[in-house]
Design a binder for this molecule. Sequence first.
Ligand code: SF4
Length: 457
Amino acid sequence: MLLRHTPTAVAERKSVTINPAKTCQPVGAMYAALGIHGCLPHSHGSQGCCAYHRSVLTRHYKEPISAATSSFTEGASVFGGQANLVQAFNNIFSVYDPEVVAVHTTCLSETIGDDLPQIRKKAFEEGKIPEGKYVICASTPSYVGSHVTGFSNMVKAMVEFSESTGKKNGKVNIIPGWVEPCDMEEIKRITSLLGLSCIVFPDTSGVLNAPLTGEYKMFPDGGTTMEELKATGDAVGTLALGEWCSGDAARRLDKEHKVPCTVLDMPFGLQATDRFVDALRKIGGVHVPEELVVERGQLVDLISDMHQYFYGKKIALAGDPDQVIAMTEFLVSIDMKPVHIVTGTPGKKFEKRIREITADMDCEVNVRAKGDLFLLHQWIKNEPVDLLICNTYGKYIARDEDIPLVRWGFPILDRQGHQYFSTIGYRGGLRLLEKMLNALLDRKDRDDPETKFELVL
Ligand code: SF4
């Protein structure tokens, strides 16, 4: 009973978070930066912040995460970090020779008030940033928002490099949001099935799920190139997957380069994938190929086969808003009952959206944006559930309350393979269903008495 002190009585809390369902902004900014080819993320703050951001990403993706830091000490904390950052640019480009450095701020540099674009300008003027190299600057104060906000801020900052020539290039921009590298691969596979040419940014496929070849590459082959990023300004349109992760970047592209944008839910589950495919079909003026129709049919088939096990099962769900919204819709569509829903990221729109999705359920739904896992645990104590869907931190609640857990979201620190097995699109839906059913039936096998222990379920 590691969480034995969690009380059943829920008290209203405003100024304290217990067992957060989020992490800090720069973690998201660093993940987004890794989706640019040849990019070295740079943390403008103290070494401790950078070490934490790197370690949480390394533990989730099981890959070495390279990143630089401005290494603030007492002097920089008082007088500002300009000298450190200018020196850092000089060192980074001399020693590691990346094509791009993506700088994000931290709590400390934000509190001091360091102006990243001004420091970048000075570094350019002093020749510390070589010709033909790029520096992306994102402001990521971690005392507001979450890792999702940091991801969004970095992706929005990337749009600064979009260019419009006045001539459309026929491509579709897709901003995939914070999904696994394999999910980004799956998005590209679906668009190629439709015969569309797309620019996915950021794109961590081939970076954080790169093959082990015996040869170390500090900058793996994957990632969106700067040429592709520039070309986003000439695209015929942008599909942003997830309001929280991708909406701001898409709207900036629209505003600055007149690239019309559509903000969709992340394509997890049947309906959200249908909307994604339909949007691709419309934007490209193409037909949905038979291969995709078959994949959809297979997902519908599995839903109908498994329905008897899922019907009426109560779920507690925690994660990032874009993922949780799509997952809630998927769960409701297969007649499960997501009754406790939490995201650590702020945003009242989240609660409104979840209320709309669950409006027809014949039971009460607890939902909270800027919530925490302590609250989720309390809700579960008051109304037990059949299944918990959460990141690794949910394992403490699952163990204490003896409920099966499906690990999904970020971070997953105690299991492997999530960077290879996509849960997005129709095929990903199959995987989600399999994970949920296995968790439920493994529990049934564990608990059934010998007289009810069946070979065939
Ligand atoms: S000080 Fe701020 S930026 Fe640094 S690790 Fe903590 S929350 Fe993140």
